[in-house]
Design a protein around this ligand. Sequence first.
Ligand code: C2O
Ligand code: CU
Ligand code: CU
Length: 456
Amino acid sequence: EDLNPDPRIVEVNITAAVGEAALLSGAKTAVWTYNDRLPGPLLHARVGDRVIVHFTNNLPESTIIHWHGLRISDQMDGSPRVQDPIEPGESFTYDFVVPDAGTYWYHTHLHQIQQFERGLYGALVVHEAEPPQFTAERIIVVDDIRLDTKNQVGAFLTSGPDIGRGRVGNRLLINGSTKPMKVTLARGAVERWRVVLATNALSLKLRTVGAKTRVIGTDGGFLPAPFDLETVQMAPGQRYDLEVRADDAATEVDLEGLILALDANDNVIEQPFPFVQASVAGEVPVVEPVYPAVPMPGVDMGAKKVNWKLSGGVVGGKVQFTINGVTGVQEGHDHVVLDTFTRGEPVQITLSSSVSPEHPFHLHGQFFQIIKRGGKLVTDEPGLRDTVLVQGAQSVTIQTYFDNPGRWMVHCHIGEHSEMGMMADVEVIDPNAAGGAGGARRVRVDHLDVGHHAHL
Ligand code: C2O
Ligand code: CU
Ligand code: CU
């Protein structure tokens, strides 16, 4: 698929269009796809590569692609607050250099409640310059979809739990299939399984059965120290890289998502759903992967402190979600700037929620570390993240660095929450950039003439 002979340039065409997918027996499901696939094509690049995506919108409405987790220029980030929407029949070329190795993904960032549910997302893997050796590498993109009795994407409700909690599906899709992924895993094999949680609102826990598994990476790439996986909480938008090896006695290894459900007596239980079912067959010599040393940016208790209060309620008969009391939904490019930061400035942001729904909160263009929950230091959520789960009425403190200048969205990743107000912009100003304090200011993207100059 790579159209460019230069090994350091990945150049692809992506077209969004209405299509169909055979998800269940019986009628096919009308879905919205990138390149006729659900999920969209898996993109591969190597850290430092230039990625050029010629995108065409053949949908009946405007859209935009956001590159979730990539610390690229805000001009290429696919924020509808920076870039004009791509109208039906129009094209836009995304052109950026991928700065960090890791597991990333891309998705629509317009009319997101419906477009995302209908299938507009895919994964993007940025390989290390010299990746550790694994027997195999797999990608597992997990989504949920709500299908009606005719196998079609169910009606979108505008009140009730779909808004309060966010729409949750009644089927899981593992790499676009309603069946778990079936693979074989050799004894002795050390595999890298990259998991992307592309659900709208459903969070879950991951675990494996029959394997010795370590968490080796998070949203922002490898961890400084892998840790053994018992279970790990995963929020919509997050990624985990796992190192999986079959137990000596195992004949099958499963990767499962534990999802809260009610049992026959109406007790809340964690019900396991299989994502991957690997039968253990054959044998290969063990080759231990050697992980690079990962320097983590410091946690600076003296850092500037900022509070973002997440809330929601009914105002004048309409549900609204807010950050610091402000609902951030406006058409076009003029938005409230929640905060302005100076490039490189360490900041601790406390996300505090007074309401019960979960908020998987996401910052565009930056990584952070999770340092406190409920005011207490946490040590079991290491690594660089771009998304953190605020689990209901709770506060979470993140240490961030704002090393990528520009204008960036910050929002809850649940479409119903963000599109009803739980989103805002922050500005990161580079005082040393040409033009002084204005150096990081956004320039309107003219999507008729963009791209090839962006990073040259
Ligand atoms: Cu996946 Cu604005 O985010
Ligand atoms: Cu994002
Ligand atoms: Cu939310």
